[in-house]
Design a binder for this molecule. Structure first.
Ligand SMILES: [Fe+2]
Length: 380
């Protein structure tokens, strides 16, 4: 636990049903022209895009739409959006959609005025000044990108997925309208929700956790553990949607101010290699990571077991692992890489030095290439 720490969050966060409609009035202080960054179709199909555009128009804000963001956005997509922001002379960027739209819009806003391409920054160059303001309107509940200062991007030539980081990437404003999450399919609800849950769990046991993020992680674990299965089963129940959106928001606040852990590090290795959905991969790896760390993090895991109301005095960690796997099954997710069609020989050569992220390197029980393979094999 860190006793000396810094705690950063976006300066304004609006949460609640109907808050999305206020977007225009809330953003007009940053200028007259927005770049709206979103995915290829779901925002059109659900009517959310139309609602946001109407709100911007009502407030006198013009808008250029960049609707080319794919799942796991590429460096090229960021460059294309950035190009549009320059050509249209946009004053600020609004991301509308799931984690991919958030990460992509965040990177574009940060780079605008600083560079015409993301590659040097993806490779570690430091952003020397702020870009243009970035406003996050998430429509899934889970990735937490709206709260963080890193944009997760993928270089498809090298199959390298990692973060472009800078304190300048923090959102100026976040609008979380749980009504927008009701369009998610049960599978998307499950994968984004389990991502939020694993983020809270990894934040809670992280070496970087501080007294504030600890309390937040605890609350997020409780909310998501209780409400995620209900939201998956009854997607039209707005109370369940609200509770999961709240849990996800709080989880993001916690992990943005601590660190993620090995389940995330491992999912960044297999994700671009086998096109595994991020949240599902995190959920598959997490119980194996608990097994790996159970001696060094015994007290923390036992506390988690108590948070999710596992009873008794003995075998708390075993019972927790079992309960976590049951939760995965209950929400319709697979619990092994094998079920995703990944076989042992396919793992050969996928762990490379440049793919071993901080969240693996800084594990309290040392984790090198060999241990990573052991964990990957244990997850088959
Ligand atoms: Fe995640």
């Amino acid at each position: 636990m860190k006793e000396n720490f810094v705690f950063r969050l976006p300066p304004e966060i609006y949460f609640g049903g109907g808050e999305g409609k206020k977007a225009g009035e809330l953003v007009k202080r940053w200028g007259e022209k927005a770049l709206l960054v979103t995915g290829k179709k779901s925002m059109q199909e659900t009517g959310i895009l139309e609602e946001i555009l109407k709100s911007l128009e009502g407030a006198g804000v013009q808008c250029s739409i960049f609707d080319q963001v794919e799942p796991e956005p590429s460096l090229e997509t960021v460059d294309r959006g950035l190009d549009l922001a320059y050509r249209e002379r946009c004053d600020f960027v609004i991301s509308l959609g799931g984690g991919s739209a958030q990460d992509c819009g965040k990177a574009i806003a940060g780079l605008c005025g600083n560079s015409h391409t993301v590659l040097p920054y993806f490779e570690g160059k430091v952003l020397s000044s702020p870009g243009i303001p970035w406003i996050a309107v998430p429509t899934t509940a889970g990735t937490g990108s709206e709260m963080t200062t890193n944009a997760v991007l993928t270089d498809y030539r090298t199959k390298l997925k990692k973060s472009f980081r800078s304190p300048y990437l923090l959102a100026k404003l976040v609008i979380i309208d749980p009504l927008y999450t009701r369009f998610m399919s049960p599978y998307l609800t499950a994968t984004s929700g389990i991502d939020a849950l694993v983020q809270a769990l990894e934040a809670y046991v992280s070496q970087e956790v501080n007294p504030v993020s600890e309390v937040l992680a605890e609350e997020a674990i409780e909310l998501l553990w209780k409400y995620l299965p209900q939201a998956v089963k009854e997607g039209q129940n707005l109370n369940y949607r609200k509770q999961v959106a709240k849990g996800s928001m709080i989880s993001a606040m916690a992990f943005a101010n601590s660190a993620s852990g090995p389940a995330h590090g491992l999912s960044h290795i297999v994700g671009p290699e086998f096109s595994v959905v991020h949240g599902e991969a995190c959920g598959i790896f997490f119980p194996r990571v608990v097994e790996f760390n159970r001696e060094v993090l015994k007290d923390r895991y036992e506390k988690i077991a108590r948070i999710v109301e596992i009873e008794g005095e003995e075998d708390l960690i075993d019972k927790f692992i079992e309960a976590f796997l049951n939760l995965m099954k209950e929400i319709g997710l697979r619990t092994s890489l094998g079920e995703l069609g990944i076989k042992e020989d396919m793992l050969q050569g996928i762990v490379k030095e440049e793919r071993i992220g901080r969240n693996l390197r800084e594990n309290p029980r040392p984790m090198g290439e060999e241990e990573i393979y052991t964990l990957l094999k244990a997850s088959l």
